[in-house]
Write a new protein. Structure first.
Length: 423
């Protein structure tokens, strides 16, 4: 039995790598608090690295894309194919997750947190979450694993998603899930939070990534007249509406999705008149968001947001007249350094928090309080996280997968060149 490997999409690898590194740096700032040496820049530092949750939304889009891309040939009427799909998902996710949890539990005694047997056990079953209404919080030595409780549900729903696509169509399925997500998100925000609603409110984001993968596989191009106007609009609203987190998250997700879609748009079909309308849409949205800064119920930092909106207006005006192929080349150039990290981004994501916590403990316990010592400790921590993540992903995971393959495929024909997919 020969399992064909699909070619990696370098842009997806780069996005995955960038998101994982950004989350790690944000948590280094959160736990080490390097801004104590320059308190005048504390707000800027925390703001720049304070969007880790939004990076997870980007992970959801990439995850939906990757699963669909790697499993596009799944036959939902073939029980063996479904079983094989679930096996591959388990093989890809759980072994490294189990190792990460063992490491996290091993440093729990030095974290200062009280032991909670229920929480520790349920962590192994992807049930933890940090949002209101959660069943149980993640273990304090690995908070980022909350997102896996969402991802695993989306993986399990994928065969049903393919069935819904066949029965209802992709657009209708997306609209139903989008409506469900909006309703559950708002109901949860307004007073009935629970884990099921938390998971459903983001499912449309994952499905949107899956639909983009389907378009990529079938080499479809879109004629989207007002894409760049909506891009500026989503950017303005996501930065302005800070005090309504669920709406802010949806705006961030829309912004990421529009960025993805921009690479599928045939720019030659966009006429001069439509470009002008794009400018009008963008500037109208910026004007509305500027007026929002007068309402403290919506905006936290109104003076800062006003300055950002003015800056966005200037930059967007330049980008409107910049040829698309140049902007795409610029994005690819900026993302290129993150391609390599994309291959071990999963292990980096699930292992970095306990390593950082352990480093903070060592720094406080045995080292002084100078900026040089903290800088050296942070550098060493980043190096260890990268090396350990690479080792787990490239050295340990293949061996585990090989053993699991023997058990799963023992009744099948001998296999060769099995590719361990890493969506």
């Amino acid at each position: 039995m020969l399992i064909e490997a699909k070619k990696k999409i370098l842009s997806i690898e780069a996005i995955r790598g960038f998101a994982a590194i950004y989350v790690m740096l944000g948590h280094i700032v959160l736990l080490f608090q390097p801004y104590v040496f320059f308190p005048e820049y504390k707000f800027i530092c925390k703001t720049i690295f304070g969007y880790g949750h939004q990076a997870v939304l980007l992970f959801f889009i990439v995850s939906g894309f990757s699963i669909t891309y790697s499993s596009s040939n799944i036959n939902i009427y073939d029980k063996y194919k479904i079983k094989e799909y679930l096996f591959k998902r388990f093989r890809r996710i759980y072994p490294l997750f189990f190792i990460a949890l063992l490491i996290s539990l091993s440093i729990l005694p030095i974290s200062g947190a009280q032991s909670d047997i229920k929480r520790d056990i349920l962590s192994f079953f992807f049930i933890t979450d940090t949002a209101p209404g959660s069943i149980v919080d993640p273990i304090p030595t690995n908070f980022p694993i909350w997102s896996l409780s969402y991802e695993v549900v989306y993986y399990l729903l994928f065969p049903l998603l393919v069935l819904a696509w066949q029965k209802k169509g992709r657009v209708n399925t997306f609209l139903i899930v989008l409506f469900t997500g909006v309703v559950t998100g708002l109901v949860g925000f307004l007073g009935w939070p629970n884990h099921i609603f938390n998971v459903l409110q983001y499912y449309w984001i994952w499905i949107a990534g899956a639909m983009l993968a389907e378009a990529y596989i079938n080499r479809r191009r879109f004629h989207f007249k007002y894409l760049y106007g909506l891009l500026v609009s989503s950017l303005a609203f996501m930065l302005t509406i800070e005090k309504i987190p669920i709406v802010s998250d949806w705006c961030w997700s829309l912004f990421f999705l529009i960025l993805f879609v921009s690479f599928f748009v045939d720019e030659r079909l966009v006429k001069a008149k439509e470009r002008l309308i794009n400018i009008i849409i963008g500037f109208a949205s910026l004007g509305i968001c500027y007026s929002f800064t007068n309402f403290s119920e919506i905006v936290y930092h109104k003076e800062l947001i006003k300055s950002i909106i003015i800056a966005i207006a200037g930059i967007s005006l330049i980008l409107y007249f910049l040829p698309t192929y140049i902007s795409k080349k610029l994005v690819r150039f900026l993302m290129k350094p993150f391609v390599m990290t994309g291959s071990f981004s999963y292990s980096l994501y699930i292992i970095h928090w306990p390593i950082i916590m352990f480093s903070v403990f060592i720094h406080k316990k045995f080292l002084g309080g100078t900026m040089l010592e903290m800088g050296l400790m942070i550098s060493a921590t980043i190096t260890i996280v990268f090396l350990l993540s690479w080792f787990l992903e490239e050295m340990i995971q293949p061996k585990i997968a090989k053993t699991m393959n023997r058990l799963f495929y023992k009744d099948q024909q001998p296999m060769t060149n099995i590719q361990i997919l890493k969506p």
